[in-house]
Design a protein. Structure first.
Length: 145
């Protein structure tokens, strides 16, 4: 039995890009950064960042493009896929996570909250607004490749 499952939780490195396939299916792509902290041979603390290309289709693509932006955190579940193409006689490869599910992380405090006219910070007293998570799952048969 073979398993191809990817689970990644990180922060977007750029704003999502939305495109449409000739069939009309929406495709959203973005990149997530994950950090790993470890101690090297000398006992010094090291930090390493890895970058993951993410592709989302359908309704989840629309929601991802609408609600995510650079710096947002997101949890992505899907499968790993490597595509190849030829450009100017050179073969190019790209490995990406084709997302089956995208969950949005908590909103950052610096995000577009409306200004408070009284000058007081009421965010400590108020509960954050619930995130509107997409409910629709991606049908694997909708993926064109």
């Amino acid at each position: 039995m073979n398993i191809n499952k990817a689970m990644v939780y990180g922060n977007l490195t750029r704003d999502p890009e939305m495109k449409s396939l000739p069939s009309g299916t929406q495709v959203c792509s973005f990149s997530l950064a994950t950090n790993r902290v470890y101690n090297d041979r000398d006992g010094n603390r090291q930090e390493q960042a890895d970058y993951h290309n993410i592709v989302v289709f359908g309704k989840q693509a629309e929601n991802s493009a609408k609600y995510l932006n650079k710096g947002s955190s997101a949890y992505v579940e899907g499968r790993m896929q490597t595509r190849s193409w030829e450009k100017d006689g050179q073969k190019h490869y790209r490995t990406e996570v084709v997302a089956d599910r995208v969950q949005f992380g908590p909103k950052s405090s610096g995000g577009g909250a409306p200004a408070n006219n009284t000058g007081e910070d009421k965010s400590k007293d108020e509960a954050p607004a619930p995130v509107d998570y997409p409910e629709e799952e991606i049908n694997p048969e909708d993926i064109p490749f």
